[in-house]
Design a protein around this ligand. Structure first.
Ligand SMILES: [Zn+2]
Length: 464
């Protein structure tokens, strides 16, 4: 590793999001062939406010950066110092992501090989669980002047690597470094740069193949690690192997939270029908039984798309086909001694065939009242009931990114997804829209599960 030009780097920033936050300080220790060449550091005017919590953490205040150079004015010099070098940083994705975005803002392309000291530590000292910088300082007795300042932390990293080479066999360290650098492998036809840009945030991704054919839609709370997991290590089998060979293009949508990712995934799979995804069910093909005691004399088969969302408590199902529905109802009739004739499963008059076999309790033969039969039917159907919407009407579910404070509100009504807004103004505009949603089984499943898991914890907004 130390046979090449290495830059030990650390950045201070206004927050944790590489796409929204900015750099406030850069510190680096440049090491040429194992010999420390020079140190360099500069405050950077982030051209935005530093939040008080970050000021307190780093000690870098708005006051201090006001007169500092902007990233743009430093960019030419930085590119000279960084290009072609091996960049070593702690949680390297963070620093590398910030650098790339800052360079992009000023219209410069930047790409480097990157080594993460968290991963290096984890690889060489797997018996330890913690690998944050404070832990490394304590564990290896590293000198640190100026923790949470860029140059101070960059010096710690250089110190750490020297300690590692002292404690471990040189060949062993070099092997670990080589493996970590190789693990950043990307599929042959995908631009490495695209993969570099992948954020470590929740969201949905789409792989496209030849002729822009959608191959696969996936979601994750960490886009970067999920996408890369398709292409590295043990995942190079079966479906992932084929994906890796076929993929030509990658797209993603960042979301603030998990619910947004789940909803987006279901919508995209429906829209794109990618070849490697399980097909989701289209509402047009689905049906359910409606049974309103008093109004309906028997369960009525309705198309899910057309069913009245105002009376979900009287809807039972959902079924993939009419045949599925009929078979299910037949099974219920048998299991509960109900009459197939009264249920409309058998035509004719008088006692039904099932009654002759002593399975039907005989509403058809005057041995049981219709009211009693229908009450038993209703009880038997309960197991198939679609959950009634537990809110007064339309609601919003707010998801907030704990790091950036950004939030999204998903608008929902009677298990249907109406859209996502990112500001309160949009929220109230959207609440006015009187669109009539269609029931969607996948959304129903996503929402019932998610709300169950976040019972009492989800931030719900009543829009009724
Ligand atoms: Zn009968």
């Amino acid at each position: 590793m130390l046979e090449q030009d290495v830059v030990f780097l650390d950045l201070e920033t206004t927050g944790a999001s590489a796409s929204h936050d900015r750099i406030t300080e850069i510190g680096m220790v440049e090491v040429a062939r194992g010999r420390q060449a020079r140190e360099w550091s500069s405050l950077v005017n982030p051209e935005t406010r530093i939040p008080p919590a970050i000021e307190a953490l780093t000690g870098i205040t708005n006051e201090m950066v006001r007169e500092a150079p902007t990233f743009e004015s430093l960019s030419r010099e930085l590119l000279e110092r960084l290009e072609g070098k091996l960049i070593v940083a702690h949680n390297a994705r963070f620093d590398y992501g910030f650098l790339r975005n800052e360079f992009r803002r000023v219209g410069r392309r930047y790409q480097s090989r990157v080594l993460c000291t968290v991963r290096l530590s984890r690889r060489l000292y797997p018996e330890h669980h913690r690998h944050n910088l404070d832990t490394l300082i304590e564990r290896h007795g590293l000198a640190c002047s100026g923790r949470h300042r860029a140059l101070g932390d960059a010096r710690v990293l250089w110190d750490f690597v020297q300690k590692v080479y002292g404690e471990r066999d040189r060949a062993e360290v070099d092997r670990a470094v080589a493996e970590l650098l190789r693990a950043q492998a990307v599929p042959p036809n995908l631009a490495a740069e695209v993969v570099d840009d992948l954020p470590e945030s929740p969201g949905v991704y789409v792989f496209y193949g030849e002729s822009d054919l959608p191959l696969y839609v996936g979601k994750s709370v960490n886009l970067r690690s999920r996408v890369l997991s398709h292409f590295t290590g043990d995942a190079r089998l079966g479906k992932d192997m084929r994906l890796s060979q076929q993929v030509r293009r990658l797209e993603w949508i960042e979301t603030v939270g998990e619910l947004g990712a789940l909803i987006q995934e279901a919508q995209l799979v429906k829209k794109l029908t990618p070849v490697h995804n399980r097909r989701l069910l289209r509402s047009a093909d689905l049906c359910a039984y409606r049974f309103r005691p008093g109004d309906d004399t028997r369960p009525v088969l309705v198309s899910v798309r057309e069913m009245d969302l105002g009376e979900l408590e009287h809807v039972f199902g959902v079924f993939r086909s009419k045949r599925d529905a009929v078979n299910t109802l037949r099974g219920i009739a048998e299991g509960h001694g109900l009459c197939p004739r009264r249920l409309g499963l058998e035509s004719g008059n008088g006692p039904c065939f099932s009654h002759q076999l002593k399975k039907c309790r005989g509403v058809c033969a005057g041995k049981e009242s219709e009211e009693r039969h229908d009450l038993r039917l209703q009880a038997a159907l309960t197991a198939l009931r679609i959950r009634s919407w537990p809110f007064r009407g339309r609601i919003g579910v707010r998801e907030t990114d704990p790091w950036t404070g950004r939030s999204e509100v998903h608008l929902l009504d009677r298990w249907c997804y109406l859209g996502t807004v990112r500001s309160d103004n949009e929220l109230f505009d959207a609440a006015e829209v009187g669109n009539r949603p269609a029931f969607d089984l996948d959304t129903y499943k996503i929402l019932t599960r998610w709300l169950e898991r976040h019972r009492g914890k989800a931030e719900l907004i009543d829009l009724a």
